[in-house]
Design a protein around this ligand. Structure first.
Ligand SMILES: [Zn+2]
Length: 508
């Protein structure tokens, strides 16, 4: 078993309520013992600050703290236990700094009386402190982004201009770049009017000596990015990314904030229309979007494989069956052959070869009959789940509001903690905490339910679509036959006598 090395930090206290250093250490050690046999205390990592006079010096200037930080950096221990971190720092601001300092070096911090453990961030005292810290940082980030939003509303561009445009240095808006607008027009034109994909478009541009704004060759990805960017119909999309502050502590406990960039979900982007002159008309742009999503969804294989390869199995030996072509002078035959037989011969499996041109239409027939028998009410009842979805969404939002209220209560009590006795304060906080834990649990159960209902609705909607396509299937379109059969069927098992079809959807 790998040992987990633990350290203890204790501080001699000036007030009478405080525990002796010896007590702090022995209680911490006892706590570590209870964590499990793999947790061991290293006597070199017992840090004791005796600096009674040090109330006016920062905790980070104390010798034992300096040593602890040094050894944390050198990974001499993995867990640091405080009996009560709140008594270590000079003031409330220092306590989260102490914790943050060690955590940034990958140390798990446990503060027994504060009910704090880095592994479980859902805690009382520090939870509140970090709530306050988060609120502050969110405020700054909101302030920054409203400023940017304002700029975006005025059509002002925040970053470098995309290819096809140049940044007007005076108005900070986009002007069409006569040098590169042709590239954009060509990309859209080729994609809409000829059956050329993004790869070939990139190749054509490169062959004509065109390069991206950074001087690079065009790739499939850069072309795709152009095709989906609404900037080319005159819109500015704001909020694809958001900046947030990340806190870091230096050796003196001083906190610095670093900007980090977070990607935002597409649904939360903000589009401001008609902020500059478009290069592409909307009709073209939207038909491109349709074409792109079509290609993405039912990607028909480049080669029309044999429709049943991959889902057809031999009932005698359980192996898959593959298709082979045989030609005579005037005709070409296709056969499905058991892989075992194909590899090892007739002795290994006696499954007879099956004529593909007879088997495929009969499978299609069987599936069509099955789909026709499937009553339309059966599908509809399982597809119309919008009431359930609405109800679940309402319940989730009600609980989220309650959760916000509890958070607010916690902050209120924390801010007025001087008004309570320590006992009453802890009791109230514990009560709020357990309520918040319960609500979190309820929310996650509801969210699971919601996604299950949505999933089932999707599947039903899918079946309706598939059924429609299947009943109008042109059997000579081998690619389409293959796609639809693979969408609907998990496995087909055959022998000379019978065919078993296992569908991928329960309700079929
Ligand atoms: Zn076989």
């Amino acid at each position: 078993m790998d040992k987990i090395v633990c350290g203890v930090y204790a501080r001699d206290s000036t007030d009478k309520q405080g525990d002796t250093v010896e007590n702090q250490i022995s209680q911490s050690k006892e706590f570590i013992n209870r964590l499990g046999p793999e947790f061991v205390v290293d006597e070199n990592c017992i840090f004791v600050d005796n600096a009674v006079s040090g109330y006016y010096t920062s905790v980070f200037d104390r010798e034992a703290m300096k040593l602890a930080i040094e050894l944390a950096k050198e990974k001499k221990f993995q867990v640091l236990v405080f009996k009560e971190v709140a008594r270590v720092g000079r003031d409330k601001q220092e306590n989260p700094a102490i914790v943050g300092m060690f955590e940034q070096y990958g140390i798990r911090v446990i503060a027994i009386n504060d009910n704090y453990d880095s592994l479980n961030k859902d805690n009382i005292t520090f939870g509140i402190l970090s709530v306050l810290a988060e609120q502050e940082s969110r405020k700054t980030s909101v302030r920054v982004s409203t400023g940017k939003k304002e700029k975006a509303r005025r059509g002002q561009w925040n970053t470098t201009a995309p290819i096809g445009y140049v940044l007007n240095k005076v108005t900070k808006t986009l002007d069409i770049d006569p040098e590169t607008r042709g590239i954009i027009e060509d990309v859209f034109d080729l994609y809409v009017n000829s059956d050329v994909g993004t790869f070939l478009i990139a190749q054509q541009l490169n062959n004509r000596g065109k390069r991206t704004n950074n001087g690079n060759l065009f790739s499939r990805e850069t072309v795709k990015k152009i095709l989906v960017n609404p900037v080319y119909i005159g819109h500015t999309v704001y909020g694809k990314k958001r900046n947030e502050l990340e806190r870091k502590y230096d050796d003196s406990g001083k906190m610095t904030k670093k900007k980090i960039t977070i990607k935002i979900d597409k649904g939360d982007w903000l589009t401001i229309e008609n902020t500059h002159e478009p290069i592409i008309n909307k009709e073209t742009f939207y038909s491109v979007q349709e074409k792109i999503s079509d290609r993405g969804h039912h990607r028909t294989p480049r080669r029309a494989y044999h429709p049943l390869t991959g889902i057809l199995y031999c009932k005698k030996c359980g192996e898959g069956m593959v298709c082979q072509k045989r030609s005579t002078k005037d005709k070409e035959y296709r056969y499905y052959i058991c892989k075992t037989y194909h590899k090892y011969g007739r002795d290994a499996c006696s499954q007879a070869n099956v004529n593909a041109d007879k088997l495929e239409p009969s499978i299609v027939q069987i599936v069509q009959n099955r789909l026709l028998r499937l009553s339309s009410t059966e599908i509809e009842s399982s597809s119309n789940r919008s009431d359930d979805i609405k109800r679940l969404e309402e319940e989730i939002s009600r609980r989220s509001k309650e959760k916000d209220r509890i958070k607010k209560d916690q902050v209120d009590i924390f801010q007025q903690r001087e008004l309570f006795s320590e006992e009453a304060y802890k009791e109230q906080m514990l009560d709020l905490k357990s309520r918040s834990v319960a609500i979190n649990e309820e929310i996650s159960i509801l969210e699971n339910k919601l996604s299950a209902v949505k999933e089932s609705e999707n599947r039903s909607a899918n079946i309706v679509q598939l059924t429609e396509k299947f009943l109008n299937l042109d059997i000579s379109n081998i690619g389409m036959v293959r796609t639809l059969l693979h969408e609907l069927i998990e496995t087909i098992t055959i022998s000379e006598e019978d065919v078993d079809i296992k569908y991928r959807y329960d309700i079929i």
